[in-house]
Design a protein around this ligand. Structure first.
Ligand code: 5GP
Ligand code: ZN
Length: 114
């Protein structure tokens, strides 16, 4: 989508600190990190919210999580622990309507989340 900020990052039209990419996903550092490690795993396919997922995306979602696992291991937060989050719509605070899995780690997380 032409006015989507994450599609622009995927197309390299705007810069990001990209740490991984393949034919299905791209992962980069969050511009406003909420933890010492804060990464976003983003599918190349423009999907506005997780409510828009279909059975066609089953493999894609699995791939996003396996990518998150690998990145958490590479960043050294897999043993200490990390949180993965898909925000969906207003009450969850979704700001970018192109789905992205947050990976947060490197500090103790509060529960319940704010
Ligand atoms: P949401 O609230 O939609 O789940 O999360 C959107 C995330 O994207 C936020 O954590 C925000 O800091 C991040 N973000 C928004 N715009 C940009 C950008 O242009 N570049 C990067 N790297 N992150 C962004
Ligand atoms: Zn997009």
């Amino acid at each position: 989508m032409s006015d989507c900020i994450f599609c622009k990052i995927i197309k390299k039209e705007i810069p990001a600190k990209i740490i991984y990419e393949d034919d299905k996903v791209i992962a980069f550092e969050d511009i406003n990190p909420q933890a010492p490690v804060h990464l976003l795993v983003v599918p190349r396919k423009h999907i506005p919210t997780i409510l828009d997922l279909t059975s066609e995306d089953n493999q894609l979602i699995g791939h996003i999580y396996l990518t998150a696992n690998n990145l958490a291991k590479n960043k050294g937060i897999s043993v200490s622990g990390f949180r993965t989050v898909f925000n969906c719509n207003k009450d969850a605070g979704q700001a970018v309507y192109h789905i992205h899995l947050h990976i947060l780690g490197g500090r103790r997380m509060a529960w319940p989340p704010g």
